[in-house]
Every structure is written in structure tokens, then in C-alpha cells.
Design a protein around this ligand. Structure first.
Ligand SMILES: Nc1ncnc2c1ncn2[C@@H]1O[C@H](COP(=O)(O)OP(=O)(O)OP(=O)(O)O)[C@@H](O)[C@H]1O
Ligand SMILES: [Mg+2]
Length: 199
């Protein structure tokens, strides 16, 4: 298994958000998480990646993690290229790998022309392309994607799914928070987060 989530419980003050969350992700799978606004999807993703702590339960990750947060965490005064460089260092990619992956992603998501632009000058969709690309940069085998295509145009959206399907075929386990019912066919499994449990 690439991801094991066991008996996760989380409350904010006296308000329980997650009550008893259990699931596994196997290699080469795409799993969707749906649920109404405020049901706890983002909190669950943040617990899995270690941004938030659960009061109870365990998360076990077997491999390299890539995380695309719902709210992009980008540095407004750095350029696109500087983000790729910065994350390459964090992921310990060497210069050749970093350059290759950067060019591949800029090309695949069609935003190479913004390479030297600062984040403050970019459109929302282009910022989201970067947010997603940074999660993919180090070729993770577990991808946690929290509404990753917010603001994508139609072609980018299609390219996103082509990319994810290729990763799945290479053995990557993908967990994706989505609101789009039209995506059902692309997913191997769908969980609904309702009243703090997955159904
Ligand atoms: N730091 C926090 N302090 C208090 N409550 C919080 C905190 N973070 C999240 N919550 C609450 O936890 C609940 C779940 O929030 P979460 O962001 O996980 O929802 P979501 O399912 O991702 O919603 P959306 O579809 O709008 O993205 C909400 O009621 C939210 O107000
Ligand atoms: Mg959310």
C-alpha cells in the first residue's frame, strides 16, 4: 500500500470534523473524495500530508509525496522559474533533473512564456498551473490533489487528466478532492465525506 489512513479523528474545539476515517490507497489508482463545502476534505488532506495534526489515528506513507493544496502557497515576489528552483532544492533534485522537469511541466501545461514573471503578475489559472506543477516536480508516487484545476481552461483541464492517467499507469496513487460529477468515469473509487466519516 502507498497510503494507509487509520482511525483519524479531528475536532476544532468541541466541533468534530473527522470522526473515524479509514482507507488505503494502492499503487496505480485514482481515488476521489467528494463532500459538501465544510465537510472536512481539506482538513483530511492536511492531516495526511502533515500540515495539521489529528487528535487520534495514524497515517503511513510509503514513498514520495506530492501535495497540491486548495489554496496555492506561492511567494508573490518570486518568479515562476524561481519557484521551480526553490522546490527543486527542497526535493533534492540535481541541476539536470531540475531543468528537465521544469521544462517538461512548463511545456505540458503551456505556461513557459511566464517563466520570468512574478507571481503577483499572473492570472489565477496560471498560478494554479504552477501550484500543480510544483506537486509533480519530483515525480512522486503519492499525489494528494485538493481541487487542483480551479480556474483551468478546458484544454489545461484535459491535459491535467492526461498527465494524471499516465502517472496512474506508472504506479502512482492519486487522491483527488473534486466537486465535479462528470469526473466519475476517471476515478477508480469515490468516497463521500459525510458527518465526519467516509462512505
Ligand atoms: N483552523 C481551524 N479552526 C477552526 N475550524 C476549522 C479550521 N480549519 C478548518 N476548520 C473547520 O473545519 C471544517 C472543514 O473544513 P474544510 O476546509 O476541511 O472543508 P472542505 O470540505 O475542504 O470544504 P470546501 O469544499 O469548501 O473546500 C469547516 O467547518 C471549517 O470551518
Ligand atoms: Mg476544501
Amino acid at each position: 500500500m502507498i497510503l494507509e489512513v487509520k482511525n483519524i479523528e479531528k475536532a476544532f474545539g468541541r466541533k468534530p470534523v473527522l470522526k473515524d476515517i479509514n482507507f488505503l490507497l494502492e499503487p496505480g489508482s485514482i481515488t476521489g473524495i467528494v463532500g459538501e463545502n465544510g465537510s472536512g476534505k481539506t482538513v483530511l488532506m492536511e492531516i495526511i500530508v502533515g500540515v495539521k495534526k489529528a487528535q487520534k489515528g495514524k497515517v503511513h506513507i510509503n514513498g514520495k509525496l506530492g501535495y497540491c493544496p486548495q489554496k496555492a502557497m506561492l511567494f508573490s515576489h518570486l518568479t515562476v522559474k524561481e519557484h521551480f528552483d526553490y522546490f527543486s532544492i527542497a526535493y533534492e533534485l540535481d541541476k539536470t533533473q531540475s531543468k528537465l522537469r521544469t521544462e517538461e511541466l512548463l511545456d505540458h501545461f503551456n505556461f513557459g512564456k511566464y517563466k520570468q514573471e512574478r507571481i503577483i503578475n499572473l492570472s489565477g489559472g496560471t498560478q494554479q498551473k504552477l501550484n500543480l506543477s510544483l506537486a509533480l516536480l519530483h515525480q512522486p508516487n503519492l499525489l494528494i490533489l485538493d481541487e487542483p484545476y480551479n480556474g483551468f481552461d478546458w484544454e489545461t483541464y484535459e491535459r491535467f487528466w492526461n498527465y494524471t492517467t499516465t502517472l496512474k499507469n506508472q504506479g502512482c496513487a492519486i487522491l483527488i478532492v473534486t466537486h465535479l460529477l462528470s469526473e466519475k468515469v476517471r476515478l477508480d473509487r469515490i468516497y463521500k465525506l459525510e458527518n465526519g466519516i467516509l462512505v
